[in-house]
Design a protein around this ligand. Structure first.
Ligand code: TYM
Length: 362
């Protein structure tokens, strides 16, 4: 079987260190191992209100971040989800096979409350209403979903399954927070194969790789680093300059103890664990090796090393992103080429899928 990878990110606000270490950095490494498709998932972004102009720009910026981080468009196909109609089309087909109960269990709805708050163009009242709807969705009894809750937000994970299955992808590199969505994708693929008695879709494997599968907030080591956190000090953005990175790391929460000797001791200290994890992932070394080199150091000293490491690894990406965005035509051309390639493969699959289902395909 072909080893084929698909993954994507939402074009909502700046990408941050969690996106980079949990996903993007791994995507770059995987380029030589498989046929890779990397997309910007703008159809997912509109499950919460967006400003149309800002969305277009954020889509371009996300594509620029992929290239700047090392996605090589001669090796990988880079494209925008909404430009490839198979995603939405297969999303519909898969929605006819997905029980509402499976969607009701998806915990990411809880986070969406925060995501909505992040959209600057949405009124406070609208945010509260949407958050209330979403809280109610996270229940087993889907019959109590309020009538103004949007179907697309609830069906979000089905579209994600379609993203993956439209390519018959075998591997999906993501951060840990996407694991549940991947399990649902596997279930939906199995449901299709059983319903039509066809071994059509491969059951895709999640690839949750590296030391930083779940990067935590710099302000609270028990909370995920996220675009939606109100405090910009909670995350390092891929657009931050050296001063901002230095300041955020300096202000990052830690405890008073020095770096311990073992990972087991570190695990009891969420903020310390997070900073060592970030260092480990940035330097491509295991946590244990980082501790060995820094045991007994105070965090004030370690943070200086971490800042140097972060600036050395992230700034070239930021600068390349800026250069790329100065010529949007070039990015758009790359995306159009990617779109053609993605359409060629998925149209072939859609013809096969329609044939299996008995849809008009003459
Ligand atoms: P999104 O846009 O929230 O995040 C993009 C990728 O970044 C990872 N990530 C993190 N990893 C480690 N620590 C963190 N703090 C952190 N925050 C985010 C995410 O796990 C993800 O890999 N539903 C997806 C997008 C999507 C997708 C797909 C992914 C749509 N279709 C098909 C894979 C395949 C999402 O919202 O990711």
């Amino acid at each position: 079987m072909v080893h084929r990878i698909l993954s994507g990110m939402q074009p909502t606000g700046n990408l941050h260190l969690g996106n980079y270490l949990g996903a993007l950095k791994n995507w770059v490494k995987l380029q030589d191992t498989a046929e890779c498709y990397y997309c910007v998932v703008d159809l997912h972004a509109i499950t919460v209100p967006q400003d149309p102009q800002k969305l277009k720009q954020a889509t371009r910026e996300t594509a620029a971040a992929y290239i700047a981080a090392g996605i090589d468009t001669r090796k990988s196909t880079l494209f925008v989800q909404s430009a490839v109609s198979a995603h939405a089309e297969l999303g519909w087909i898969l929605s006819t096979l997905t029980p509402l109960g499976w969607l009701g269990r998806m915990t990411q709805f809880k986070d969406t409350k925060a995501r909505i708050k992040y959209k600057a163009n949405v009124s406070e009242e609208e945010q509260k209403k949407a958050a209330a709807s979403i809280r109610k969705i996270v229940v087993d009894d889907v019959s109590i979903i309020p009538s103004d809750a949007k179907l697309g937000l609830f069906a979000y994970p089905v579209l994600m399954a379609a993203d993956i299955l439209a390519y018959k992808a075998t591997h999906v590199p993501v951060g840990e927070d996407q694991k549940q969505h991947l399990e649902l994708t596997r279930d939906i693929a199995g449901a299709f194969n059983r319903a039509y008695n066809a071994e059509y879709f491969p059951i895709p494997e999640p690839q949750i790789l590296g030391e930083a599968t779940r990067v935590m907030s710099l302000r609270d080591g028990t909370k995920k680093m996220s675009k939606s956190d109100e405090s910009d000090y909670s995350r390092i953005n891929l657009t931050d300059d050296a001063d901002a990175i230095a300041l955020k790391i300096k202000k990052a929460k830690t405890d008073a103890d020095p770096l311990p000797e073992t990972v087991a001791e570190l695990e009891k200290r969420p903020e310390a664990y997070n900073l060592v994890t970030i260092y480990a992932a940035l330097s491509d070394s295991p946590r244990g090796a980082v501790l060995e080199a820094h045991t007994g150091e105070q965090f004030s000293t370690f943070k200086k090393d971490l800042t140097e490491m972060a600036v050395a690894k992230l700034l070239p990406i930021t600068e390349k992103m800026r250069r790329l965005l100065a010529d949007p035509v070039e990015i758009d051309q790359i995306l159009i080429r990617g779109e053609e390639h993605a359409n060629a493969l998925t149209q072939k699959h859609m013809r096969e899928i329609k044939d299996i289902i008995g849809l008009w395909n003459v």
